[in-house]
Ligand binder design. Structure first.
Ligand SMILES: C[S@@+](CC[C@H](N)C(=O)[O-])C[C@H]1O[C@@H](n2cnc3c(N)ncnc32)[C@H](O)[C@@H]1O
Length: 360
């Protein structure tokens, strides 16, 4: 009892702690307002027009002025817009890069903000604490694939082909000459389509277990009239058993898999002896506490519970690595155990990702 009394917090400590807790609540609400600003084109209109009053923004967008005014004040209070003394509001240039510029800015984040989680999904997350079993990506519905598509889009356009592939030994030459590529866990197929478009002599196969992902990837392939793309509704375990691919990609998905060891073994069988495997996975440390140096670690662990670890525990006996669970040392051990002999890390100075070039 004495111990408890000794540890009674001061009023300042309680105040500070309460502020920290309410700040997360504020973040949740501001997130929704960012989503509305993106969805309604309010940020885009501000980026186009310089400092604006609510009346000017309402006229430009066709929305009701009173609603626009309250949103502007909220965004000003969140310090995402400059709130000028004359009552006008301005989106700074950096704000336009992060919230509007989906085609030019690698830091575009607008796609990350959606409506709050479906309450029944939250029920499933709570239930997972009791049963231990999570749920696959499909449980997140079409919204899940939409979110990943928008988050990945800028990276695929601005980094994959111009920056990442040229760093891999001999890969671009092979793709130009005509090669076979597999993107395992391809999601909406943006990487598949980017490679297929830039390298028309190459044949690109996307594999995913999510019906929503496969439907979206096929739809986009149809829109792009991609002649050199095949999307398979199949998991890593269904890869061909013989050496078939010159390049295999696993982008932000190995840590989501229930059985990454089996997936790695399947990739080893399916890759040609002179092939390359590009892995993009989340930057993280072997000692979980060291992840505290990442200012976004809480977000990452939250994504893990609601998405990545949930997927990796969606079958009994799942590995359950989760968002920050596949660190470079573990990955190297797993790929070497499967018979790969070359493993190198590429650090492109991206805050969230590390890349690995792996060869038989
Ligand atoms: C975070 S998403 C990444 C999608 C895409 N690579 C990207 O970067 O946007 C993870 C994807 O892995 C897929 N996935 C999970 N386990 C899989 C498995 N065993 N085989 C193939 N795909 C799998 C999920 O369905 C989901 O579409």
């Amino acid at each position: 009892m004495a111990g408890r009394l000794d540890s009674r917090p001061t009023e300042d400590e309680v105040r500070l702690f309460a502020f920290q807790v309410w700040s997360y609540k504020q973040g949740e609400v501001v997130s929704l307002l960012i989503h509305l600003g993106s969805r309604l084109g309010l940020f885009a209109a501000l980026a186009d027009g310089g400092p604006m009053s609510a009346a000017e923004l309402a006229t430009r967008t066709g929305y009701h002025e009173r609603w626009v005014l309250e949103w502007l004040r909220a965004m000003g209070a969140a310090r995402l817009l400059d709130w000028h003394e004359d009552g006008r509001f301005e989106l700074p240039a950096a704000g336009a890069a992060v919230l509007v510029d989906e085609t030019e800015s690698l830091f575009y984040a607008g796609g990350a903000f959606g409506p709050p989680l479906d309450p029944t999904l939250v029920d499933d997350v709570a239930e997972a604490f009791r049963t231990g079993l999570g749920f696959s990506f499909d449980r997140q519905g079409v919204a899940g694939i939409h979110r990943t598509e928008h988050m990945l889009g800028p990276w695929t356009r601005l980094a994959l082909v111009p920056r990442i592939l040229p760093a891999l030994e001999g890969v671009v030459g092979k793709l130009e000459g005509g090669a076979r590529v597999a993107d395992v866990g391809c999601g909406a197929g943006l990487a598949v389509l980017a490679i297929a478009q830039h390298f028309p002599a190459t044949e690109v196969h996307g594999f995913d277990i999510s019906a929503h992902a496969v439907a979206r990837a096929r739809q986009l392939a149809g829109q792009q009239r991609a002649h050199n793309v095949v999307i398979h509704h199949a998991g890593a375990a269904s890869l061909p058993k013989e050496p078939t691919f010159d390049l295999v990609l696993t982008l932000d998905c190995l840590h989501d898999m229930t059985r990454p060891t089996e997936a790695i073994a399947a990739i080893r069988r399916a890759i040609k002896d002179d092939g390359t495997w590009l892995i993009k996975d989340i930057r993280c440390a072997p000692e979980p506490r060291d992840n505290l140096s990442n200012p976004m670690a809480a977000l990452m662990y939250g994504f893990s519970i609601t998405s990545c670890m949930a997927s990796a525990l969606s079958e009994p006996g799942g590995a359950g690595l989760g968002t920050l669970g596949l660190h470079p040392q573990l990955l190297e051990e797993l790929v070497r155990a499967a018979g790969f002999t070359r493993f190198s890390v590429h650090d492109f100075d991206e805050p969230a990702n590390l890349y690995y070039e792996v060869r038989p």
